[in-house]
Design a protein around this ligand. Structure first.
Ligand code: FES
Ligand SMILES: [Fe+2]
Length: 419
C-alpha cells in the first residue's frame, strides 16, 4: 500500500515531476516509420507534452511543439518543405531544431524571426519505429536492443492507446501469477461461456515458485510451474522487464517487446513489437515490410475482447481505473515483483535528482552496437508454444497473420521431422 503522495510520485509524468524527469532520461517510440509514409505529420502526446512529428521533403524527421507560436494553430496541419514544416495559417517556416526560418508577411529586413524559437526534440528511426528524446542534453544513445536490430525475423508492430496510467501496465509485467488466473482459469471460463471446447493450457498450471533479479537492463523474472523443476528455462533464464517501460516475452519461435509509452498521466501508447523467427527453409526477402496495425480494445458491443491473451491483459490494466488507487491495495507475498519495481523506480528517480544517469541510459557506442537480452526459449517446457498460437496474441490483428501462421506451421513440421 502506498500513500497518495507516493502514488502520485510514481504515476505523474509531466515536465518537472520526479517520474517525468526519470522518463525523460530515455528514448521513447512514438510512431512507426510507415505511418509517415502515408501522411507526413502525426499528432503526438508524450509525457504530457503536445507535439507534432513530421518528415520533411528531404526525408528528415522533426518533432516540434504542436502550437504555432504566431497565433496558436496546430502544426499537425503544417506543410512539409525541403527544410522543415511550414504553418498552414500564415506560412511561418520552422526547422527541426525549432528555429523560425521564414515569416513571409514580415518586412524583408525584419529580425523578428530570429527571436522566435519553438520547442523541438531529437528523433531517430530504429527497426521501423521512430523514437523521441525529451530530456536534457546531451542525449544518450538510442539503445540498439536486439529485436530492434535483428534482420533475420518477420516483424509486426501492433499498437493501441490504453486509457490508463503506464505504471499499472508495467506492474502487470512484474506479476507472474496472473498467468495461471487471467490467462488460465479466466480463459477457460470465457471458452465455457461461449460453449467452445476448453483448451488445456500449460499456462493454467499453478506457480510453485517466483523469483526476481535486478540485472544490467532491468529485472529478470522467473517462475517454476507445477511439473517443472528449477532446471527449466523459465527459472534458469527467465525473461526481462527492460527498465523502465518494456517487457520482453516469447519463445524460440517468436520474441516480442511490449513497450508502454506514457502519453500523459492517464493514457499509454502501447506497442507490441513482435519478431517471428522463421524455420531454416524460409527465406525473408530483404525488403519484407514491417506491418503496422491497430489492436482494438473493445468489440462491436463495446465490451473488452477477452478471448485472447493480450486482450485479457488490456482488460485487467484498464479496469484498475485511470490511475490505480494504490492507497487501498492489499499486497501479498505474490506481489513481491511489484514492490521491487516500485523500489527500483524510486531509486532511479533519486539518481536523476542527483544528476546521475539512471540504469539503461547508454552512452558507449561499443556497448550499443548490439544489446543481446536474455530470454527463455523453451517457454513452460512446451517447445515453441506461444509462437504456435500466434492468433492468441495481438498479432491476430496483423494483416499478414495468415502468412505468419503458415510459416510457423512449416517450422513446426521441420522441427518435428528433425527430432
Ligand atoms: S498561426 Fe502559424 S503562421 Fe500564423
Ligand atoms: Fe498477462
Amino acid at each position: 500500500m502506498l500513500s497518495a503522495e507516493q502514488n502520485q510520485t510514481l504515476t505523474q509524468v509531466g515536465p518537472g515531476t520526479p517520474m517525468g524527469n526519470l522518463l525523460r532520461s530515455y528514448w521513447h517510440p512514438i510512431a512507426a516509420m510507415s505511418e509517415l509514409q502515408e501522411k507526413p505529420t502525426k499528432k503526438i502526446k508524450l509525457l504530457g507534452e503536445d507535439l507534432v512529428l513530421y518528415q520533411d521533403k528531404s526525408g528528415n524527421l522533426g518533432l516540434i511543439q504542436q502550437r504555432c507560436p504566431h497565433r496558436g494553430v496546430s502544426m499537425v496541419y503544417g506543410v512539409p518543405e525541403c527544410n522543415g514544416l511550414r504553418c498552414h495559417y500564415h506560412g511561418w517556416l520552422f526547422d527541426h531544431d525549432g528555429s523560425c526560418l521564414e515569416q513571409p508577411n514580415e518586412p524583408k529586413d525584419s529580425t523578428f524571426k530570429d527571436r522566435i524559437k519553438i520547442k523541438a526534440y531529437p528523433v531517430e528511426e530504429l527497426g521501423g519505429l521512430i523514437f523521441a528524446y525529451l530530456g536534457p542534453n546531451p542525449a544518450p544513445l538510442l539503445p540498439r536492443y536486439d529485436l530492434f536490430v535483428r534482420k533475420d525475423v518477420i516483424k509486426t508492430i501492433g499498437f493501441a492507446v490504453i486509457p490508463c496510467n503506464w505504471l499499472q501496465i508495467m506492474e502487470n509485467s512484474m506479476d507472474p501469477v496472473h498467468l495461471e488466473w487471467l490467462h488460465g482459469r479466466y480463459f477457460e471460463h470465457v471458452f465455457e461461456q461461449r460453449g467452445k471446447p476448453v483448451e488445456t493450457w500449460p499456462i493454467s498450471k499453478h506457480h510453485i515458485k517466483i523469483g526476481f533479479d535486478v540485472f544490467e537492463y532491468g529485472i529478470l523474472k522467473r517462475r517454476v510451474l507445477e511439473g517443472q523443476t528449477e532446471d527449466c528455462e523459465d527459472w534458469r533464464v527467465g525473461h526481462p522487464v527492460i527498465f523502465p517501460n518494456m517487457l520482453r516475452v516469447g519463445d524460440h519461435g517468436a520474441h516480442s517487446f511490449q513497450i508502454r509509452v506514457p502519453m500523459d498521466d492517464t493514457r499509454t501508447l502501447h506497442f507490441w513489437y513482435t519478431c517471428f523467427v522463421p524455420g531454416p527453409s524460409t527465406e525473408i526477402p530483404e525488403d519484407y515490410p514491417i506491418t503496422f496495425y491497430e489492436c482494438p480494445l473493445y468489440d462491436e458491443k463495446g465490451e473488452f475482447i477477452t478471448d485472447y491473451i493480450d486482450g485479457q491483459d488490456m482488460m485487467a490494466w484498464v479496469t484498475q481505473g485511470e490511475t490505480a488507487n494504490r492507497t487501498i491495495e492489499k499486497l501479498g507475498t505474490s506481489d513481491k515483483g511489484i514492490i521491487l519495481l516500485r523500489k527500483l523506480l524510486m531509486s532511479e528517480m533519486n539518481k536523476v535528482k542527483d544528476g546521475i544517469d539512471p540504469m539503461c541510459v547508454i552512452r558507449d557506442p561499443k556497448i550499443n552496437e548490439y544489446i543481446n537480452l536474455p530470454q527463455e526459449e523453451d517457454k513452460f517446457s512446451e517447445g515453441a508454444l506461444l509462437s504456435n498460437v500466434a492468433r492468441e496474441w495481438n498479432t491476430r490483428y496483423a494483416p499478414n497473420i495468415d502468412e505468419i501462421v503458415e510459416m510457423l506451421a512449416k517450422k513446426k513440421a521441420a522441427t518435428t521431422k528433425n527430432t
